[in-house]
Design a protein around this ligand. Structure first.
Ligand SMILES: Cc1cc2nc3c(=O)[nH]c(=O)nc-3n(C[C@H](O)[C@H](O)[C@H](O)COP(=O)(O)OP(=O)(O)OC[C@H]3O[C@@H](n4cnc5c(N)ncnc54)[C@H](O)[C@@H]3O)c2cc1C
Ligand SMILES: NC(=O)c1ccc[n+]([C@@H]2O[C@H](COP(=O)([O-])OP(=O)(O)OC[C@H]3O[C@@H](n4cnc5c(N)ncnc54)[C@H](O)[C@@H]3O)[C@@H](O)[C@H]2O)c1
Length: 464
C-alpha cells in the first residue's frame, strides 16, 4: 500500500495497515503530522488556551475574585504553542512509524501511471494507493492581495510579536477562533465576512458567538466583501452598496480551504476531481479502482476526526474487503471559540428544507441549567431537531464547553439510538451535560402531560 501524506488521515491508514502486516510506503513532503499538528488544531487550541486564561483572569472579578493587572508575554504564549506541538509530535514521528514497519519517504510523491507512484528517490508499484494530501488556505482573487504580505494558518504560528491590529478575512471557524484568540491576547481585531458569521451553523447559535466577539471588542463586519487590498494592509470593503476602508498592521487570510492536489499528476492515474477534492464513492474509492482518498483531499469536510474516520473505513474496505459507507458518517462540527458552537446532523433550516412540516424543534437555554448558573455563565442554548415521530435529525449546542457535550449526540446518531434511551439515562447533577437529557425529555413533555395521559391516569388510579 502507498499512502501519500502523513497528516491525520494518512498516518491513521499507514498505522492500521502496517500493524495488520501490509507493506506500507508513506510519502510526506513536509512535516510529519500534517496541518492538524503543525499549523491547525494543535497550535490554534494552544493559542486559544492562553487567550482563555487571559479572559478568565479579566472575568474573575464577576465571581468576587480580584486579580492584579493582566499582561501578556507573547513570546511565552508562543513558547507554549510550540511546546504543545513538540509534546504531541512523537505520536506522528517518522521514528514511530518506522518502528511500526512503515517505509517513510520524506519527499513529494506523484503518479506515474494508474498504479505507480514516484518521488525523487523511489518508484513504487502499488496494489492500493491512498491519497491523504490534505488542503491549504484558499487565496481569493481579490485585486492587490498578491502584492501585500499576508498570513495564513501556515505562517501565523511563526509570529514573534503580537499583531497590533489584525484584519481577519473570513468569518468561518478559522477566522472566528483565531480572531477571538488574538483579541483576548491584546490585539485589535477586525473580522471581515462576506456573508454571515459561521454561516454553516444555526443562525441563532452563531448570533450568540457574534455577541461575545463584539463584547470582546472585535469589530465584526458581516455582509462585507473585501474588494481590493493595498499595502498597509488596507482593505477596501463593500457592504450595502457602500465602500469603506479598513487599515491594520497584519492581514490573516481565512476564507476557506482548497484541496492539496497540485503536483500529484492525478490525470496520469485517471483520478477525477472537482473543486472540493477527489471524487469518491461511498467506500472512498476514486475513479481509479486502486486509488482511495481520505481527509481534506476527499472533499467531504475538513476535520481531523473525519480524516480519522475515513482512515478506518479505508482500512476496513481495502484490507478486510468489508462494505463501508462514508456517505452515512455523522460528523460533529465544533468551533472552539468562546462560547463554543457544536453541532451534528442537520440544522433546523436544512431539516425544514428536507422534511417540511414533519419537524419538531426542542430548545433549552443554559440559563435554566443549574451548573451554568453556578458558574455565572448562562450564555447559549441547545437545540434538538427531530421528525414528528422522533427520528433525530440534528443537534446544535452553543455555550461553554459545548464541544464536550456533543459527544452524547455523536454516539446517539451514529448508533441510531432513540430519544427514550437518552431519557432513561441518569445524567449526573449538576453538569452542563444535563442539557442532553433535558432536550430529549422535553420532546416527551406534551404527550406525557396531555389530557389523554391525564384521562388514562384517572382510570388507572382506581386499580393502583
Ligand atoms: C487553523 C486550523 C485549525 C483547525 N482546527 C481543527 C480542529 O480544532 N479540529 C478539527 O477536527 N480540525 C481542525 N482543522 C482541520 C484539520 O487540520 C484538517 O481537517 C486535518 O488536518 C486534515 O487531515 P488530512 O490528513 O486530510 O490532511 P493534512 O493534515 O493536511 O495532511 C496532509 C499531508 O500531506 C502532505 N502532502 C501533500 N501533498 C503531498 C505530496 N504530493 N507528497 C507527499 N506529501 C504530500 C502534506 O505536507 C501534509 O503533511 C483545523 C485546520 C486549520 C487550518
Ligand atoms: N474547530 C474546528 O474543527 C476547525 C477549526 C478551523 C478550521 N476547521 C476546518 O477548516 C475549514 C476551513 O475554515 P475557514 O474558516 O477557512 O473556511 P470556511 O469556508 O468555513 O469560512 C470562510 C468564510 O470566509 C468568507 N469569505 C470568502 N471570501 C471572502 C471575501 N472575499 N471577503 C470576506 N469574506 C469572505 C466566507 O463567506 C466564509 O464564511 C472549516 O470549514 C473546518 O472544516 C475546523
Amino acid at each position: 500500500m502507498v499512502v501519500i501524506g502523513a497528516g491525520a488521515g494518512g498516518l491513521s491508514v499507514a498505522a492500521g495497515a502496517a500493524q495488520l502486516g501490509l507493506k506500507v510506503v508513506l510519502f510526506e513532503k513536509g512535516e510529519m503530522g500534517g496541518d492538524c499538528l503543525n499549523y491547525g488544531c494543535v497550535p490554534s487550541k494552544a493559542l486559544i488556551a492562553a487567550a482563555e486564561a487571559a479572559h478568565q483572569a479579566h472575568a474573575a472579578s464577576a465571581l468576587g475574585v480580584r486579580v492584579g493587572e493582566v499582561s501578556i508575554d507573547f513570546s511565552k504564549v508562543m513558547a507554549h504553542v510550540h511546546a504543545a506541538i513538540a509534546a504531541i509530535a512523537p505520536n506522528d514521528s517518522q521514528a514511530r512509524f518506522e518502528g511500526l514497519g512503515v517505509h517513510v519517504v520524506r519527499e513529494a510523491a506523484r503518479f506515474i501511471s494508474d498504479r505507480i507512484v514516484a518521488s525523487d528517490s523511489l518508484r513504487v508499484r502499488a496494489r492500493k494507493i491512498i491519497v491523504a494530501t490534505g488542503s491549504h488556505a484558499a487565496v481569493p482573487p481579490i485585486p492587490g492581495l498578491d502584492t501585500v504580505p499576508y498570513l495564513t494558518n501556515e505562517t501565523l504560528f511563526g509570529l514573534t510579536t503580537l499583531p497590533e491590529r489584525l484584519i481577519v478575512l473570513g468569518g468561518g471557524p478559522i477566522g472566528v477562533e483565531l480572531g477571538q484568540a488574538f483579541r483576548r491576547l491584546g490585539s485589535e481585531v477586525v473580522i471581515i465576512e462576506a456573508n454571515a458569521l459561521l454561516g454553516r451553523e444555526d443562525p441563532a447559535a452563531a448570533a450568540v458567538v457574534l455577541a461575545q466577539l463584539r463584547a470582546d471588542g472585535i469589530e465584526v463586519m458581516t455582509g462585507s466583501k473585501a474588494t481590493r487590498i493595498t499595502s498597509g494592509p488596507v482593505v477596501e470593503v463593500e457592504a450595502d452598496g457602500q465602500t469603506r476602508t479598513v487599515t491594520g498592521s497584519h492581514l490573516l487570510v481565512a476564507v476557506g480551504r482548497s484541496p492539496a492536489l497540485s503536483g500529484l499528476d492525478l490525470d496520469k492515474a485517471g483520478v477525477e476531481t472537482d473543486r472540493n477534492g477527489i471524487i469518491t464513492d461511498k467506500s472512498l474509492r476514486s475513479s481509479n479502482r486502486r486509488v482511495y482518498a481520505v481527509g481534506d483531499a476527499a472533499g467531504r469536510g475538513q476535520f481531523t476526526h473525519l480524516a480519522g474516520a475515513h482512515a478506518s473505513l479505508v482500512v476496513r474496505r481495502t484490507i478486510f474487503a468489508l462494505p463501508v459507507n462514508a456517505d452515512a458518517l455523522q460528523t460533529p462540527r465544533i468551533t472552539y471559540c468562546d462560547p463554543q458552537l457544536a453541532s451534528i446532523g442537520l440544522g433546523e433550516s436544512e431539516a425544514r428544507a428536507i422534511h417540511g412540516d414533519d419537524l419538531r424543534v426542542e430548545h433549552f437555554d443554559f440559563a435554566e441549567n443549574d451548573r451554568a448558573i453556578a458558574e455565572g455563565d448562562t450564555r447559549g442554548f441547545g437545540k434538538l431537531v427531530t421528525t414528528k415521530k422522533g427520528k433525530i435529525l440534528g443537534v446544535t449546542l452553543v455555550g461553554r464547553q459545548a464541544g464536550d457535550h456533543i459527544h452524547l449526540w455523536s454516539l446517539v446518531m451514529s448508533a441510531g439510538l432513540k430519544l427514550s434511551q437518552i431519557t432513561s439515562m441518569i445524567a449526573p447533577y449538576p453538569t452542563r451535560g444535563e442539557i442532553g437529557k433535558r432536550l430529549a425529555g422535553q420532546w416527551y413533555t406534551p404527550a406525557l402531560f396531555s389530557d389523554r395521559t391525564r384521562r388514562l391516569v384517572a382510570i388507572l388510579k382506581h386499580f393502583a
